[in-house]
Design a protein around this ligand. Structure first.
Ligand code: IFM
Length: 446
């Protein structure tokens, strides 16, 4: 009976991935609009122009959530939908959409968990340098102020950022996500400002919503040395963890950068752009840590890769359609590590899920046995972590429904519900039925 009575069971989505509606209703252009409309950036030339058409179909989607039996729903606000140019003029139609969505959730007894930034930066701000510009901290504060004033009477659970690692490194170092740069100094500068903007926004949300609970979502990838007894691989695995996880955890919990990050900032010449001591401002009290967990990386020392590490694919391991290894024990290890190294008061798994090449629906259901297994094993890992004393307070499956999977377009499906992107019909997968059943069993036991 590990899951406490008040354990939160939910699903997650994000604005650009599901809303659609193009640039209608006064929505400003975001960096993903620009990026996905640039040939060659997204698989098949897909864009989020229509996505799941959630902007028009949210009542039906909320009804679907109610049927699933979740008690909470994590969504994000599209910054350019509410402030089209990023700062200044407010788009009332955009705010009204979120008010209507929250009202429908409340009518269905579903608690909203609101993420302020899930990657759709207004293009107008990117044109001024985006997160590389130190003013981005101020822009985010204004945006956080508006949203918490407007929606705070009905939303008590707030997440400032989703996956700053992706916002900085995947988008500005690897160049795979918008805005698509490959520049380490830019990436590290972005990480710095995103972290500072988190620290600056938390007190604003608290002031506007006195009973709010506020946190941040960091993606965590568990890593292990390829040859467990090999010193070089051990160092490489640790470097990977510092780069991917602790670069963000340490600022948020301790107000410092890990030694590896400081060395990297120095070697890359990033110290002319940022003052690393400023990072103390990223450490403000938070009510919870959100983590997104998907996979593990097995890491080997590399003499050719400038990072000093490379990923190795281990034979005989199960991989998803995105080639991400299925490794539920990594979630348990991650939770124990976070608990023992950073002591968050409360942890939410704000995302966890998998993409598989699902068959088409037959008789009103999609048969997705691998996703069922994935969910079962990861929820079991959380149960174990709770038994061992980790304060996990909730779980949000990624994702409610198939959606725009960023650079992979509609080619990769993470949903509990299948979406036919021609007709917009939603069909439950067997994983949705499993999740529904598991929630009701765990509630009955608690
Ligand atoms: O779809 C994404 C989500 O937007 C952020 N976390 C990972 C998911 C799967 O790639």
């Amino acid at each position: 009976m590990a899951f406490p009575k008040d354990f939160v069971w939910g699903t997650a989505t994000s604005s650009y991935q599901i809303e659609g509606g193009g640039l209608d209703y006064g929505r400003g252009e975001c960096i993903w609009h620009r990026f996905s409309h640039t040939p060659g950036k997204v698989y098949n030339g897909d864009t989020g122009d229509i996505a799941c058409d959630h902007i028009h179909r949210y009542p039906q989607d909320v009804a679907m959530m109610a049927e699933l039996g979740i008690d909470s729903y994590r969504f994000s606000v599209s910054w350019p939908r509410v402030i089209p140019a990023g700062t200044g003029t407010i788009n009332q139609q955009g705010l009204d959409f979120y008010k209507r969505l929250i009202e429908s959730l409340q009518e269905a007894n579903i608690t909203p968990y609101l993420t302020l930034y899930h990657w759709d930066l207004p293009q107008a701000l990117q044109d001024k340098g985006g997160w590389e510009n130190p003013d981005s901290v101020q822009w985010f504060m204004e945006y956080a102020d508006l949203i918490s004033r407007e929606l705070g009477s009905d939303v008590k659970d707030w997440i400032t950022h989703n996956e700053p690692f992706v916002v900085s490194m995947v988008s500005n170092l690897f160049g795979v996500h918008a805005p698509g740069q490959q520049d380490p100094v830019a990436a590290y500068t972005v990480a710095h400002h995103v972290l500072l903007s988190h620290g600056a926004a938390v007190p604003i949300i608290r002031q506007n919503v006195p009973d709010a609970e506020v946190g941040i979502t960091l993606d965590q990838t568990y890593s292990m040395p390829y040859r467990p007894d090999n010193h070089e691989d051990q160092i490489a695995a640790r470097r990977f963890a510092a780069f991917h996880n602790d670069w963000f955890l340490e600022p948020v919990f301790r107000g410092t950068y890990p030694a590896d990050a400081l060395k990297e900032l120095d070697q890359r010449g990033a110290l002319s752009k940022i003052d690393p001591t400023e990072i103390s401002k990223a450490q403000v009290p938070i009510d919870f840590l959100g983590i997104n967990y998907y996979t593990r990386y097995v890491i080997k020392a590399s003499e050719t890769d400038p990072s000093g590490f490379e990923q190795v694919r281990v034979d005989g391991t199960e991989h998803t359609a995105l080639d991400w290894e299925v490794y539920p024990d990594g979630l348990l290890h991650t939770l124990l590590y976070l608990h023992n190294a950073y002591y968050p008061t409360k942890i939410y798994i704000t995302e966890n899920g998998c993409s598989y090449d699902d068959p088409l629906p037959i008789n009103g259901v999609v048969d997705d046995p691998k996703r069922v297994d994935y969910y079962r094993q990861h929820i079991d890992a959380i149960e174990k972590a709770i038994e061992l004393g980790v304060p996990v307070a909730g779980y949000f499956a990624w994702s409610l429904m198939d959606n725009f999977e960023w650079a992979e377009g509609y080619n990769r499906r993470f949903g509990l519900y299948h979406v036919d992107f021609e007709t917009q019909e939603r069909t439950p997968k067997k994983s949705a039925l499993y999740y529904q059943e598991r929630i009701s069993q765990e509630r009955a036991k608690a």
